[in-house]
Design a protein around this ligand. Structure first.
Ligand code: ADP
Ligand code: MG
Length: 403
């Protein structure tokens, strides 16, 4: 894997794949609630620009829907507000192209002078970006490659995706890894190579099926696994409890039973919350009550772990020497349901050892609590990517860069 110092970039067009997938205010006001990923992407963009490259940044935002570019562009989300914030943070103009491989992109790239920076519209507006069909992806990658002489991969949050701008494009150009990717990989290596014990993994968040798959592998790595967030309800269902209207994946209940059995067999402590903060609906102002984890009312949903579980989780983190945390414990965006996530964040700041927080929303959560980034060993920009790295999977975006 080369790094950007290995590339001669002056006067050349450098395609940079960044991860600028930032969260927006849930009310739809268009306000970026945490620009951490943009900030994390600045060093490479700035360094290339300072060295006289013509920097063409590509990124995705959200999960656009629609059959073709036109439908997806219509439905959004557009990267335009991200281009504005990127420009503010860089302190230099950022030209914005309203497409990825169309006339706007061609004109924008052609208009760049040495040191200029451009951002192309959401790569996922092109359905081929995420296609499972190798040929479809290669065709798109070749179209993008027209706009660059060199490629820099810096989007750690997407390296686990076999996608055109992440996997197929670097194969077509001389390439290097950006500093964000090399930094992430060096920290994650420390989590897999002889970590200090006890090693505690905390999992939460909303992508239940994504994350259920990784738990089994984590059982081989960690001494203790604490589970909260949306995935906990499928575990509670596996224990035979009613979960009301909580997030639930009925077709994964059997998997959860298998995980519970495997943990017991391997001597890994799997810790579930004992109480839950529930509400009748998913809303910031919904009335919150605390119930036992085995007594969630039929017309209520679990939106956070309860006070006894906060203490339980903190106690399970107190003696840890290595912690990896991915996924909020509850809907922290609503203050009434943020206490569980806050408790885990606070507990991590007290750990005597290496603490790694992975995931866009988890990182946004710790920042929303006003905790400084340096209260943690490392805040990773990639949740899924860091989980898959820990599982020992080969990550297409790293392979493509020769890792
Ligand atoms: P990360 O980005 O850190 O990997 P995820 O994207 O998996 O985390 O999940 C983050 C989201 O999970 C947050 O927006 C949060 O509101 C949501 N979430 C957490 N707990 C619950 C719950 N009990 N019900 C619904 N959503 C939840
Ligand atoms: Mg997320």
């Amino acid at each position: 894997m080369q790094n950007i110092d290995d590339l001669d970039v002056a006067g050349r067009r450098v395609l940079v794949r960044s991860d600028l997938n930032v969260p927006f205010d849930k009310s739809g006001s268009g306000v970026i609630t945490d620009d951490g990923r943009i900030r994390a992407s600045l060093p490479v963009i700035r360094a290339l620009s300072d060295r006289g490259a013509r920097v063409v940044v590509m990124a995705h935002l959200g999960r656009p829907k629609g059959d073709d570019f036109a439908e997806r562009a219509e439905g959004g989300p557009s990267l335009r507000p991200v281009a504005e914030r990127l420009s503010e943070l860089l302190g230099r103009p950022v030209a914005f192209a309203t497409d990825l491989v169309g006339q706007s992109a061609a004109a924008t790239v052609a208009g760049l002078a040495d040191g200029d920076v451009a951002l192309l519209e959401n790569v996922r507006f092109e359905p081929a970006e995420t296609s499972k069909d190798d040929v479809e992806r290669s065709v798109l990658a070749a179209e993008i490659a027209r706009f660059g002489d060199l490629y820099v991969g810096d989007g750690f949050g997407v390296v686990h995706r076999k996608q055109a701008s992440v996997f197929d494009l670097p194969a077509l150009l001389p390439n290097a890894a950006g500093g964000l990717i090399t930094a992430e990989v060096s920290v994650l290596k420390r989590l897999t190579e002889d970590p200090a014990r006890p090693y505690v993994v905390v999992l939460g968040g909303s992508k239940v099926s994504d994350k259920l798959g990784v738990i089994e592998n984590l059982l081989g790595l960690a001494d203790r696994v604490l589970i909260g967030g949306g995935m906990v309800y499928t575990f509670l269902a596996a224990l035979g409890h009613q979960v009301g209207t909580s997030l639930l994946e009925p077709d994964r209940i059997e998997d959860c039973k298998a995980i519970l059995a495997a943990a017991a067999e391997r001597g890994v402590e799997l810790v579930l919350p004992t109480d839950i903060v529930v509400a009748p609906r998913f809303a910031a102002d919904a009335p919150a009550t605390v119930v036992a984890a085995d007594a969630i009312p039929a017309d209520h949903m679990g939106l956070d772990i309860g006070p006894a579980s906060r203490e339980l989780f903190a106690s399970k983190l107190a003696d840890a020497r290595t912690v990896f945390w991915n996924g909020p414990m509850g809907v922290f965006e609503f203050p009434a349901f943020a206490a569980g996530t806050r408790a885990v964040a606070d507990a991590l700041t007290k750990v005597d050892g290496l603490t790694v927080v992975g995931g866009g929303d988890s990182a946004a959560a710790v920042r929303s609590f006003g905790l400084a980034d340096d209260a943690f060993g490392h805040i990773s920009t990639g949740g899924g990517a860091s989980l898959e790295y820990l599982e020992g999977k080969t990550l297409p975006g790293l392979t493509a860069l020769g890792a």
